[in-house]
Design a protein around this ligand. Structure first.
Ligand code: PLP
Length: 317
C-alpha cells in the first residue's frame, strides 16, 4: 500500500461487509438496494449531521455523549427527528442484530433534513421529514497503523470560525476536511494537520490532535476543532491518572519538537503520529510511553463503561 493510501480509518478487510443490511428510514435493506432520493437534502446540500459510534460487547460506547452531540447539532440547525436517544439506540441495536454483530463494529449514523420538493437550497423545501440511515460495518482498525504511525502534512485549509460553519458540527458537508485531506495527500502524507485562523495547531481533517512534551499532554484549546468524544475522554483520563494535560494554543514549533504525538477518534481510539511535514516525531516515530499508557487507560475505560451501560440498561428492562 502506498503511504498516501493509508488513513486513520483503515480497517482489516472483511468480506461480510459486502452483504450488510442497512437501516434506511425504518427498513433494513440489503446494501446493494440501500438508496435515498437524489432530492435528499444531504445529497444535494450536505444538509445533515452524522455520528460515528463503535459497538463493544453489545453496547455502543459512550452512547450518551454521542447523543448529546448529535441532538445538540440537530437542534442548532432546526432538524426535528421526532424521536429521542432511546429510539436512536433501538435503530442501532436493530441494525447490529440484523447483521449478527456484537463487537468490532462501527456505525455511521446519518440524519439529513430529508427529501426536497424541488432541487433548491431553502430548508422549507424539505417537506417530507428527515432521512435516517445507519450503516454498521464489521470493523477492526488495521493493526499496522499502531506500529507504523500516521504521516501528517500541514495544510493551507484552516479550521474556521464558528461564524462561518461551526467546526463543532459533524455535518454531512465535510468539504473543509476533504480539501484538507486532498492537500495532505498531494504533499505525500496520509492526513492533513489543520491550523486555526491564528496559525495555532488545531486538529486533523478527521481526528483530534495531541502532542506529548516533557511528559505533558497538550491539545488545542478546543475552540476550532470537533468536540470529539475520544478527545474529551483522553483529557479526563489524563486528569484522573496524574498525567499533566493542557488545552492550550501551540504552534508548529512545539509540534515538530514533540516527544510523541497521537490522534484521537472513535474509530481508531489513539493513533500514533510518525511524522509531521516529513519531520520524525520523537525517538520512536510518534508512539511512545505516554501514548501507550493513554491507549491502555482508554481500553480499560471502554470496558468499564460498556459494562456499566449494560448493567444500567439491565436494571431498566
Ligand atoms: C474532524 C473530526 N475531528 C475529530 C473527530 C473525532 O471525534 P470522536 O472522537 O467523537 O469520534 C471526528 C469524527 O467524527 C471528526 O470528523
Amino acid at each position: 500500500m502506498d503511504s498516501h493510501e493509508i488513513s486513520t480509518h483503515d480497517a482489516e478487510a472483511d468480506a461480510r461487509n459486502e452483504s450488510l443490511l442497512i437501516y434506511v428510514n425504518g427498513e433494513l435493506v440489503p446494501k446493494a438496494e440501500a438508496k435515498i432520493s437524489v432530492y435528499d437534502s444531504g445529497f444535494m446540500l450536505g444538509d445533515g449531521m452524522w455520528e460515528g459510534l463503535r459497538l463493544y460487547d453489545g453496547e455502543w460506547a459512550f452512547f450518551d455523549e454521542h447523543m448529546d452531540r448529535l441532538f445538540n447539532s440537530l437542534k442548532s440547525i432546526s432538524i426535528d427527528i421526532g424521536m429521542g436517544p432511546e429510539d436512536v439506540r433501538n435503530i442501532l441495536d436493530q441494525t447490529a442484530a440484523a447483521n449478527d454483530m456484537v463487537s468490532d463494529a462501527h456505525c455511521r449514523l446519518m440524519i439529513t433534513r430529508g427529501r426536497k420538493a424541488k432541487p433548491f437550497q431553502h430548508p422549507g423545501l424539505s417537506r417530507y421529514g428527515p432521512t435516517i440511515v445507519a450503516i454498521v460495518e464489521h470493523s477492526k482498525p488495521a493493526e499496522g497503523l499502531q506500529s507504523r504511525g500516521i504521516q501528517l502534512a500541514t495544510v493551507p485549509q484552516v479550521r474556521g470560525l464558528p461564524t462561518s460553519q461551526d467546526p463543532k458540527f459533524n455535518s454531512h458537508s465535510k468539504l473543509n476536511c476533504v480539501i484538507a485531506c486532498l492537500q495532505a495527500e498531494q504533499a505525500g502524507a496520509d492526513e492533513g494537520l489543520m491550523l486555526d485562523p491564528h496559525g495555532f495547531v488545531n486538529t486533523t481533517n478527521a481526528c483530534n490532535f495531541f502532542i506529548v512534551r516533557r511528559d505533558e499532554v497538550w491539545t488545542s484549546t478546543g475552540d476550532y476543532c470537533m468536540n470529539g468524544v475520544t478527545r474529551a475522554k483522553v483529557i479526563e483520563l489524563c486528569r484522573q491518572n496524574g498525567i499533566p494535560v493542557f488545552e492550550r494554543n501551540f504552534s508548529l514549533y512545539e509540534a515538530y519538537g514533540a516527544d510523541e504525538a497521537f490522534l484521537t477518534g472513535t474509530f481508531g481510539a489513539q493513533t500514533p503520529v510518525a511524522s509531521i511535514d516529513g519531520k520524525t516525531i520523537g525517538a520512536e516515530g510518534g508512539a511512545g510511553p505516554v501514548t501507550r499508557r493513554i491507549r491502555e487507560l482508554y481500553k480499560e475505560l471502554v470496558t468499564e463503561t460498556v459494562a456499566r451501560q449494560r448493567s444500567v440498561r439491565g436494571q431498566k428492562t
